[in-house]
Design a protein around this ligand. Sequence first.
Ligand code: SF4
Length: 177
Amino acid sequence: MKKISTIWLGGCSGCHMSLLDIDEKLIEVIKNARIVKSTPIVDVKDFPQADVGIVEGAVATKEDEENLKKMRGSCKILVAIGDCACFGGITSYRNLFEKEEVLSRVFIESESVEKGKIPQSNFIPPLLEKVKPVNAVVNIDCYIPGCPPNANVILYALKELLAGRIPILPSEMASFE
Ligand code: SF4
């Protein structure tokens, strides 16, 4: 039985929501597969070995970078899902500014903040200087762009991956936002 692992990094979770939008067809998919890790479905903190790993989101923090490397180490095939993972996407818009400017805008200058300060704690993963797509950190075997990719596209790709093939998206399925 094939094992599937998914994770989200610097993203909005929209790609995982699109994955869940497969709805009842997901049951059909996992008849011959087991989801061993997936934030919205199975709350597993470690990185079990998997045949197919799916990564949502760009690499925005030191923790994202470490978790992505653990995914690469634990998954035979690693798939970047969504524009943030594939290209940096919306998450990488902060690259238009310096990291300090972004933190200051959010935590000090924001209209909804009074006497704000930039939070500092060992429990808060530090931001990287710049946001990166996942292939800037590890090798990626397959890309499914879109913001988010349509559920039918994810379903098609999952079926191909579980059949042991790297999916080649038909052009009508590929979308780039
Ligand atoms: S690609 Fe779009 S839907 Fe997916 S995490 Fe990024 S912003 Fe969210």
